[in-house]
Structures are given as C-alpha cells and as structure tokens.
Design a protein around this ligand. Sequence first.
Ligand code: GDP
Length: 432
Amino acid sequence: LPVLAVVGRPNVGKSTLVNRIIQRREAVVEDKPGVTRDRVSYPAEWTGRRFMLVDTGGWEVDVAGIESKVATQAEVAVSLADAVMFVLDAQVGATSTDERVVEMLRKSGKPVVLAANKVDGAAGEADAAYLWSLGLGEPFPVSGLHGRGTGDLLDAAMKVLPTKSEHGAARPSGPRRVALVGRPNVGKSSLLNKIARAERVVVDEIAGTTRDPVDELVEIKGIPYWFVDTAGIRRRQHFAKGAEFYASLRTQAAVEKAEVAVVLLDASQPISEQDQRILSQVVDSGRALVLAFNKWDLMDEDRRPYLEREIEKDLGQVAWAPRVNVSAATGWHTEKLVPALEKSLGSWDMRIPTGRLNAFLGELVAAHPHPLRGGKQPRILFATQATARPPRFVIFATGFIEAQYRRFIERRLRETFGFEGTPIEISVRVRE
Ligand code: GDP
C-alpha cells in the first residue's frame, strides 16, 4: 500500500488529525514529545482508496533540541513515505522549525499536502492563507478537532499519493520468479531439464499469470516457479569471442527479472573468479540468493575438505546464503531447492517493525558503543526499515558510522532476525 506520512511539530495536532482520518479514538491523542508508541502506521481509506497512514507524533528520537528532533522525525518519515502531509498550526503560523522541515521536504522531491490545522472558525481562514508563502502549494484549512475541512485535505492527498508504493511494492501474485545462473557447463541446462521433466505444468491452470515465451513454469515438489530467461540456457549458444561478456549480460537480464537467483556451482571444480563475479552480480542486484553445488555425484571424499575450505575462503561475501548439494545428472536432492528458495524469498520479503528494530539497536549500542572518533562518540538516534525486497535499513546518527561498525550491526541483525538468503543494505544519515 502507498504510504502517507503525517509530519509536523509537536502540538500542531497531528494525532488528532490522524485519529480523525482513521476514524478511531484508539490512537494516542496526546501529541507530546517523548511519547513512544509501538504502532506508527495505520491502514486508512478515503473514497475507496486504501493507504497506510504513518503518524510521526510519538517517535522517540533522542536528539537534543526540539528543532533537530522534528527535522529528524520528518526525515525518517519522508524516507518511508510516498507522499507527505505536513501539518502546521494556523494559529501560530510557520516557525523556524517548520521552515527547516519545509526545506527538507522540498529537497526530498516527495509530494506534499499542507494542512493548516486549528482553523476552528472563519477568522482562521486568513491565518491559513498566510501559509501560501511557504511555497508548498495550497494550504488546506482544517480542524482536526471538529473534522472541518479534512475531506478536502484528503482529496488533495489522494491526488498526489501514488497508487502503488515504491517501497517494497506489493508482491505480484502467482508463482515466484527464479533466475538459474552460473558459468557455462556447470549444468544449468541439465538441471532445468531434470526438474522440468519431472513434473509437467499446465500453464493455463495458473490464472492471472502473464507469460513471457522465454520463461518456463517449472514445478518442484508441487510448487510452481517461473524460471526466467530460460531460452539462453536451452539454446546453449557459444560465442568464440567475448563469450563471458554475453554470459554476463544474460545473467544480468535474468537476475533483473527474477526475485531470487539460484547460482549453480560445479562442486567437482575449484570455485572460479567467474563464479564469484556472478555472485557479486546477484548481490549487487539486491535479489535473494540460493547457492547450489551441482555434480555432487562426481564428488569424492578426498575433495570434500578442499571444497569446504574454498567455500570459506571464496564465498565469504555470501556466507548468509543457504546451500544445497544436487546432481542434475541423477536428480539427487533437486527437491531440496524448494525449502532453500522459500527460505531466501521469505527473508527477502521480511519487514522488522520499527519498534522492534529500535529496541534491538538500543540494546546493541548500549552493550557495544561505537568507538570514539576524534574524541567524540557518534550516537545512533533511530533506525527504520525503509524497504523490503531486499531489506534496506536507514540509520540516523549524530556522526559518521564506521564501515566496520556497520558490518557489526548487519551481523547482529542477521543473528537476531534471520535474513538467511537475502542481501541487506544499511545506510546512515548523519544529522548534526
Ligand atoms: P550449462 O552450460 O550450465 O547449461 O551446463 P550443461 O547442463 O550443458 O552441462 C554441462 C556438462 O555437464 C554436460 O556434459 C552435462 O552432462 C554435465 N553435467 C551436468 N550436470 C551434471 C551432474 O550433476 N553430474 C554429472 N556427472 N555431470 C553433469
């Protein structure tokens, strides 16, 4: 669902307005700084359109000074939202804090609707009109308390709110999309033949799926998957020159179309640079990942320890990916792809609620503070998961967070919440 974030200074009446919009009394009414709520987003509906309403009112942000606190909240909200409802108190007018938020909103490029709240009578209309000067378009005079004007405000919000969220767009229904990739001769075409032959799928049985002729519907253990861009696998083209370049383009195209990639490796051969390049491609594309070691039937016990050592040495960048050992030649263990695929896709889809994430980070930072930098301690203020598919986290901090500390956070995130089979992205925004 698209996300509409309600942003503004404390006491401008954000929560009253949110309560009015979701038509519930349950949301916290007080708009006091420092009131923490476990819930910040509410499903809402207006003229038949559904969206998520994010109320920034109660987020506990540990920043000295009300000004930067509001700006930080607004920035967090904006990073999550598809559109912003900026609430001002028309009786007070625009303060310097409001102006700081306006500047940030303008930079963000997100659509904004302006709510001039606390306009309880005709006299307030003039105050509201004054807010044209902010340069954010028409200020809508409303009274969250009495409900006046909120209809027009929501109409305006619906006009600028995209119908689909950019963030972790709703998953298209139907079978999930898999890219089978790996260097030439690892056994991609053999594996595809083996599993595609095992169970035939009647494509028409699956309603609402659009079919690209180069994609094949393959059922493993009764679960259908789209294997994307299989033409290249079937056709076994060989290019004398630049073969690797074409292979890499094909891999890229397949991975872009897919939600999860199965990277096939040849267990009987040393892990090559090309294998690693393919893995980097998948990781960089932000897709979920399963590692499959093929030709296990050729595996002799002498090679086992070597392989384990190679995995440790060369596959460190994807140590979080589930591994399966298969044989495309005999069909051995090919059904094990299913739990691995589902695991990786599940992690890829996962969202950690903001409250839980910050509780986790709070404990982590208390036990292991960031090392001093130039005598100063960069503090982590707040974190949020901006998207899923793949999971992307944004951390707000008072100073630069070292790469090593970022990796430490990633490791602990994985230990605590799982995330097996998905890349994770952590970005840091520094607030002075
Ligand atoms: P692709 O280039 O990745 O599509 O690889 P192919 O599927 O064409 O396989 C390359 C070669 O490896 C062929 O000679 C296959 O018969 C052989 N091969 C594929 N999978 C296996 C396997 O699991 N075990 C054995 N022993 N050979 C395999």
